[in-house]
Design a protein around this ligand. Structure first.
Ligand code: FPP
Length: 232
């Protein structure tokens, strides 16, 4: 399937600000992650309705292991809950789940639920929901280099590198969204976002509702993408 004219094919999102959202409301950080998980559902449904091809969500980074053990374990439980609770919704909306990152290092229960949901949705033809879990872009590039060196082709091109990344079956993102106003890339899809448009909003992720996502789509549509060339 392909996205509607003017819409991005692939949107990647750095979902940031759960903790600050909770703090502003005098709630524990985990309440922010729970509210964030609800927003994941809303935005995934919206992306599917719009007919986007791929939505990549940065759900847990390589660096997130530095957080307190309790927060990590709550985030993993939330992921497990999400995978179970969302299956029906994914199937009804023809959404195919995928994941990128060093998945084998995830806790066994979360990994097994992830694999089951990927398996159960593998024939779906609509939106690809791509969860970045234990993901880091430098680690991904390093893994790609190791794969290439292990079985070197005659010539190494950009396509060789793209073809050995975790995202090898996906188009590069056209639009990168980051919530909560930070101006950082945080080790996210560094190779793949070379030509992506960037949209940063002050909204915390749990406040990034459907209307905000649609606003980002409108801004994207008005951008002129030149890919390094001059205006025709
Ligand atoms: C950033 O907020 C968010 C994360 C580290 C995790 C993202 C997780 C979710 C949106 C919920 C679970 C997702 C799924 C797919 C079930 P932060 O904690 O860094 O916020 P802060 O910068 O305000 O502290």
């Amino acid at each position: 399937m392909s996205s509607k004219p003017g819409f991005p094919r692939h949107v990647a999102i750095i979902m940031d600000g759960n903790g600050r959202w909770a703090q502003a409301k005098g709630l524990p950080r985990f309440a922010g992650h729970q509210a964030g998980a609800k927003m994941v559902r809303e935005i995934v449904e919206c992306a599917a309705e719009l007919g986007l091809e791929v939505l990549t969500l940065y759900a847990f980074s390589h660096e997130n292991w530095k957080r307190p053990k309790k927060e990590i374990s709550l985030l993993m439980s939330l992921l497990e809950y999400f995978l179970e609770a969302e299956l029906k919704n994914l199937l009804e909306n023809d959404i195919r789940l995928q994941a990128i990152g060093r998945l084998e290092a995830l806790p066994p229960k979360a990994l097994s639920k992830l694999r089951k949901t990927i398996q159960a949705t593998r024939h779906n033809k609509g939106l690809v929901l791509n969860l970045a879990l234990n993901y880091g872009s430098r680690q991904e590039i390093l893994d790609a280099v190791k794969r290439i060196v292990a079985d070197p082709p005659h010539e190494i091109t950009e396509a060789t590198i793209s073809g050995n990344l975790y995202t090898r079956e996906l188009p590069d993102p056209d639009l990168l969204i980051r919530t909560s106003g930070e101006m950082r890339l945080s080790n996210f899809l560094l190779w793949q976002i070379s030509y992506a448009e960037i949209y940063i909003t002050e909204k915390f992720w749990p406040d990034f509702k459907k209307a905000e996502f649609l606003k980002a789509m409108d801004v994207y549509k008005k951008r002129e993408r030149r890919f390094g060339a001059v205006k025709a």
